[in-house]
Structures are given as C-alpha cells and as structure tokens.
Design a protein. Structure first.
Length: 202
C-alpha cells in the first residue's frame, strides 16, 4: 500500500465498514502549508468528506469502490497506484484544505460558534478565509479536470470510468469540476420576478 494511504474501520448505522483514506494526514501536512500542530482528527474528517463528495464524483463509484477494495487488501494494480499517486492525491489535498478551512477557523460550542484563537497568531476574518478557500478550490478544480482528462484518455485501462455500474447507489462521473455562480432563468420574465422597479420604469 502506498505510504500516503491510511485505513480505518468506521461505524455507520451500527455497521462496521472499512474505509481507506486516499491521502494521510502526514501527506497533507508534508505537501501543504498546514502546520504540524493541526489536529489530525479534524483533518481526517475533512479528508473523508472531500474524498466522498468530490473525488467520487470525479472518478465515479465504480473506480472509487475498486480503489477502496484493492487498497484495503494491499492488492493495488500498477495502473491504480499511478491513478492514486499522480492524479487523485494532488487533487484531494486541495479539496481537503477547502473542507478544513471552516472547522480550523471556527469551532461549535455548546451555545455558540466561536473562532479559534492562538497566543501567537491572529484569527483571519471571514472575508480572508473565503479568499483563501477560493484559492484552494481553484487548484482543486484544476487537478480534478486533470484527473478526469487522464481517465477519459485511458478508458481502456479504466473501463469502470465509463461503466461504473447500474445499481441504485451508482455514482457516474461528473463531466466538469468547475462551478460558477451564474443563474440562467427558465423564462425571460423570471429575470425580473419580484424586482421592485421604480414606478416610471414598470
């Protein structure tokens, strides 16, 4: 098993399942600006969420489940090792940073949400955090499209990319990683729905 992978047993709905983290907290700290003191528990949660939300959507559940099975059994093929080392890991580290930004900046208390303070550092503002998160998301989306292009170019080596299965929980690869905030209305009238025009312009 590649050194940047980590395995654990997770209990969900009283069912014990094996879960393989495609990157470890050590890999994350060694390859990003993260401080060594960042809580591994926080990072493992962010890795799992980023892996399930973003990586599985990029590669599809067919390849994702195959990687989980092979990595846990230490039977990764050379092709899947290349996929993990050269394409998934760089993408996942940046998606993990975007997921970790909020819990690293704020913590949920019993009666409120509080910012994390340090004697030697100033907590960033929400605006600064949003800017940093956006920068890491841009990098994550770049590597996600790089990952997707690699799989599209090598569908003979990764047949599960085009044929991930047909069960009810099958996730097919998304066509693009980039997201935008442009709203396109279904009808022209929708552009002005509920808009309070001045009387002379109505």
């Amino acid at each position: 098993m590649p050194s940047h992978l980590a395995t654990t047993i997770i209990e969900e709905n009283q069912i014990m399942t094996n879960f393989v983290y495609f990157i470890s907290t050590t890999y994350l700290k060694d390859n990003t600006p993260l401080n060594e003191n960042v809580d591994d528990k926080l990072l493992k949660s962010a890795i799992k969420e980023a892996q399930e939300i973003y990586i599985r959507d990029v590669i599809g559940s067919g390849i994702y489940n195959q990687l989980q099975t092979q990595a846990f059994a230490s039977t990764l093929t050379n092709l899947n090792t290349t996929l993990l080392d050269s394409y998934i890991a760089p993408c996942l580290k940046y998606y993990t940073l975007t997921e970790a930004m909020l819990p690293m900046t704020f913590k949920l208390m019993n009666k409120s949400v509080a910012s994390r303070e340090s004697d030697n550092a100033r907590a960033v503002s929400v605006e600064e955090m949003t800017l940093i998160e956006g920068r890491y998301r841009d990098k994550a989306e770049y590597y996600a499209n790089r990952l997707r292009d690699y799989l599209r170019t090598n569908t003979n080596d990764y047949p599960l990319f085009l044929n991930p299965g047909n069960t009810i929980d099958t996730i097919r690869p998304k066509s693009t990683a980039f997201s935008g905030g442009i709203y396109l209305p279904l009808r022209y009238d929708d552009c002005f729905f509920n808009y309070d025009f001045p009387n002379e312009e109505q």
